[in-house]
Design a protein around this ligand. Structure first.
Ligand SMILES: *Cc1c(COP(=O)(O)O)cnc(C)c1O
Length: 408
């Protein structure tokens, strides 16, 4: 039996998947953790002690680094890491253009220049071959994003960084608990930066954390997040240009509870991702992104597959993605364009920041990123990857239903 156009959910037909995929996941123990903080009356934490310090220890242990330092969000985590690395105005930072804007905009906010380097079309992560070509005497930092939860090519990136004496800041906002050759992401570069924003795989609504083994980086970041105070200094004694970037005890209490679930959730997403790969590979015109052989645990913050309209009677990607979402699959067409096409970069709306005059983003071109945005990539959100094997089968069936209707 082959589906017809009027049987598609987008045209009023029955949905392929009726169940919801809830996120965040919580129970009464999370409610109690927050309620306990409320009852204690100690909501804030000017010394970053108590539950905040306890959570930082738990997270550092989980990632396998000596230190972890919480802050208000993942963008600020990147900012603290960059500034602590000692960047100077006009220094260049290598970033991918297929990522959330914060990866690049936070570089501008540190008076530095984001240099966009194209992605590997197999993995959507920074392409090491392209990184080498982009290095200049002004390059100070490489900022790989473990996009969608798949580790960037860290052996190659760390080798390039060593050769050129660069720092590596891992943007691990998608990658809590992910692994590369058995090592946790966020423990390989000089720092790892994570977000606890509500969509992320570990969340307290908002929040962020930086992991590092480097005591000097840690001390500077600790000062920057705490209005320039230093260990052993007086309360009204400020050494560095920082700000109040501290989290609350309410967040720390909740994060400690949430962290106890992360490993099981990551393994479930990873296993479902492998199963969905096997199912979708069988569908003409659908190709799951490849997994680098060094990925020992993929967090599938996003499950990505490539879509070929020629197998769907020319149905454009955005229409396909809308049909899939209507079928009940939490899915989306992904970034509509590369970051360098955003008005921020094209029009250089850099406000008071000291970005050199000659910087010009209108002639940047990263063909693989453009292909991912305009033609190929379709995203399924992490909440769906917490489903059952039957849910993965239902996702594959929903895609087949659209294909049958499109080619009827
Ligand atoms: C979410 C995200 C950030 C920023 O984190 P916030 O907590 O929203 O500031 C940075 N990089 C990537 C890749 C992200 O997805």
């Amino acid at each position: 039996m082959s589906a017809k156009r009027d049987q598609l959910a987008i045209n009023g037909g029955p949905k392929s998947i009726i169940k919801e995929f809830p996120w965040p996941v919580f129970d009464e123990s999370d409610v109690e953790a927050v309620a306990d903080v409320v009852r204690s009356g100690e909501w804030g934490n000017p010394d970053c002690a108590g539950l905040v310090e306890q959570y930082e220890k738990e997270y550092a242990e989980f990632i396998g680094t000596k230190y972890a330092l919480t802050c208000v969000n993942g963008s600020v985590a990147l900012r603290l890491a960059l500034i602590a690395c000692g960047v100077k105005p006009g220094d260049e930072v290598i970033v991918p253009p297929y990522t959330f804007i914060a990866t690049a905009s936070i570089v501008l906010e540190a008076n530095c220049v984001p240099v966009f380097v194209d992605i590997d079309p197999d993995t959507y992560n920074l392409d090491p071959k392209e990184i080498e070509k982009a290095i200049t005497p002004k390059t100070k930092v490489i900022m790989p994003v473990h996009f969608a939860g798949q580790a960037a090519d860290m052996d190659a990136i760390m080798a390039i960084a060593k050769k050129h004496n660069l720092k590596v800041i891992e943007d691990a906002a998608h990658a809590h608990g992910g692994e590369y050759k058995g090592k946790k992401l966020g423990s390989i570069g000089d720092t790892g930066c994570f977000s606890f924003q509500s969509s992320k795989n570990l969340t307290s609504g908002e929040g962020g954390i930086v992991t590092t083994n480097d005591k000097e980086l840690y001390d500077m970041m600790n000062s920057l997040r705490n209005v320039g105070r230093v260990a052993g200094g007086q309360w009204y004694e400020h050494h560095n240009l920082g700000c109040n970037y501290r989290i609350t005890q309410l967040q720390a209490g909740l994060l400690s509870r949430q962290l106890t679930r992360l490993d099981e959730q990551t393994r479930r997403r990873n296993d479902n991702g492998l199963y969905l790969n096997a199912l979708l590979e069988k569908i003409d015109g659908i190709s799951p992104l490849k997994r680098n052989k060094n990925i020992t645990l993929h967090t599938y913050h996003i499950y990505i597959f490539k879509y070929d309209p020629s197998a769907f009677n020319g149905l454009p990607k955005n229409e396909f993605a809308a049909m899939l979402a209507a079928e009940g699959v939490p899915s989306f067409m992904g970034y509509p364009e590369p970051l360098y096409k955003q008005p921020l970069f094209r029009e250089k709306n850099f406000m008071c920041y000291a970005i050199p005059e000659e910087v010009d983003y209108t002639n940047v071109k990263c063909p693989e990123t453009e292909k991912a945005c305009y033609e190929d990539a379709v995203w399924i959100l992490q909440s769906a990857m917490l489903g059952t094997k039957e849910d993965m089968e239902a996702i594959a069936d929903a895609i087949r239903k659209i294909q049958e209707a499109a080619t009827e």
